[in-house]
Design a protein around this ligand. Structure first.
Ligand code: EPZ
Length: 416
């Protein structure tokens, strides 16, 4: 198992380019199932999760090839409708094949995802939506089986704005008979990117990016040739890395307009951020100020940045209250940060972070993707050396992060 070793205390300087968005490319890959032909996806990050999704699509009969940040996906024939537990247990986003498979073949059998480190993460809202569209659902041996001659358009209200739930049902509705309205839909930029990819295939979708999305089903969609948006969470993670190291960096190939809540909170913490078209400059203050955050669905403060922001608050001046409203168990990084000398009290969905003078490097363990990113951010500022174990979590969502950090002057290396 690879480890990452960071010797902290260096101010980040220089320029970094952001890769394509993991949480946009994954649903756009499954959207290709809705067409029969050769699909091209560009600006694709080389990530573990992208390879896992590629293997799953290959298992379904698709031809998958990733090279130089470009995917070629051949979806002429689908030979299996099964998404086995092995895929789903390593990556929950595998459930994104559900909607497209049913829409294309009338049948899908997907292993229930089971929980993960950050919470139970059920898919009941995905299932309720498919039932509303006329699908017959059976649950057996840990698998959900969905059957439908042809899905019918329906009006679906989400109790909670679910990102992949919105994406699954938007894809299912694209080939359904009649009109579908998704209410209380997720507004994340990745949902909008998927909608734009589907529209480029001939889908009729209005309102993506708002909480009411209207989809008029069509009979056929053509293969996609689409360029994925930059990763807003990778961008925000590099902002945090510059903020915590009194850094001065330029971030290229990003979309500042996807980060309003994060930029606002960073500015409150004393970070100087100057957005300009597809780039922004970040200047970290001598000492960060404590800021309270509450994670919320987009456009609120993203849960995927909660851990990285906590690392910053661990060395800020004062006390910050961090409330995690999306997932029930997303404070796994607290124990590891405490081992680095952070003063954090987690109680239910709230963590109280008392800023300390500085953190000390220590051997720590990553538990999930964004927790591992927060330990990198903490390690960059800590005195001494931090060794992060189980970096496969990090590789799921960050393309060559240690190389990008090295380019910014960090003292970081991967230990095979
Ligand atoms: C997506 O997960 C992202 N993953 C997550 O990013 C992100 O943290 C999350 O959205 C929230 O923004 C991808 O896009 C591949 P949800 P998703 O459905 O869709 C509850 C990362 O680090 N819920 O929006 O699984 C659920 O338990 C990952 O890149 C139900 O109760 O999240 C959670 O509390 C981590 N029933 C809340 O809704 C359902 O049927 C939001 O979950 C669906 C969700």
């Amino acid at each position: 198992m690879d480890k990452i070793e960071i010797t902290g205390g260096l101010k980040l300087r220089g320029e970094v380019a952001i890769s394509g968005a993991k949480n946009a490319v994954l649903p756009i890959m499954t959207a290709a199932i809705l067409s029969s032909g050769e699909n091209i996806i560009k600006n694709v990050p080389h990530l573990r999760d992208v390879m896992t999704m590629g293997k799953l699509l290959a298992h379904l009969g698709c031809g998958f090839h990733l090279e130089n940040n470009r995917i070629l996906l051949k979806t002429k024939k689908i030979t299996s409708m099964d998404a086995p537990y092995d895929f789903v247990k390593t990556m929950r986003a595998s459930v994104l094949v559900l909607g497209p498979l049913v829409a294309r073949t009338g049948h899908a059998r997907v292993s229930l995802p089971g929980g993960c480190a950050i919470g139970a993460r059920p898919i009941n809202l995905h299932i309720i939506g498919l039932e509303r569209m006329g699908a017959k659902i059976t649950l057996s041996e840990g698998y959900i089986e969905v059957k439908a001659k042809r899905l019918r358009g329906a009006t679906i209200y989400f109790d909670i704005p679910t990102v992949t739930g919105t994406e699954n049902l938007m894809m299912a509705a694209a080939l359904a008979e009649g009109a579908t309205v998704l209410e209380n839909a997720a507004c994340e930029p990745e949902v909008t990117d998927l909608a734009n990819a589907l529209i480029s295939m001939g889908a009729k979708i209005h309102g993506a990016g708002t909480s009411v999305i209207k989809i008029n089903g069509v009979n056929r969609l053509k293969p996609l040739n689409y360029t994925v948006i930059p990763d807003r969470i990778e961008t925000a993670t590099f902002i945090a890395a510059a903020a915590i190291t009194q850094g001065d960096i330029r971030i290229k190939k990003c979309r500042p307009e996807h980060l309003e809540a994060v930029i606002s909170k960073m500015r409150e913490a004393g970070v100087k951020i100057t957005p300009k078209n597809d780039r922004l400059t970040v200047r970290g203050p001598e000492r960060l100020s404590s800021v309270d955050i509450k994670t919320m669905p987009y456009p609120g403060f993203p849960t995927d940045m909660q851990a990285q922001f906590m690392a910053m608050m661990a060395v800020a001046d004062g006390t910050s209250i961090i409330t995690e409203n999306i997932f029930e168990n997303r404070f796994m990084h607290v124990a590891e940060m405490s081992r680095m000398g952070a003063d954090i009290q987690a109680e239910g969905s709230t963590a109280t972070v008392k800023g300390v003078k500085s953190l000390n490097g220590a051997p720590v363990m990553a538990t999930d993707l964004r927790a591992s990113a927060s330990l990198v951010v903490a390690g960059l500022a800590a005195k001494g050396t931090t060794v992060i174990d189980r970096v496969y979590h990090l590789d799921r969502g960050y393309e060559r992060i240690e190389e990008k950090l090295k380019m910014l002057g960090a003292n970081v290396r991967r230990i095979k």
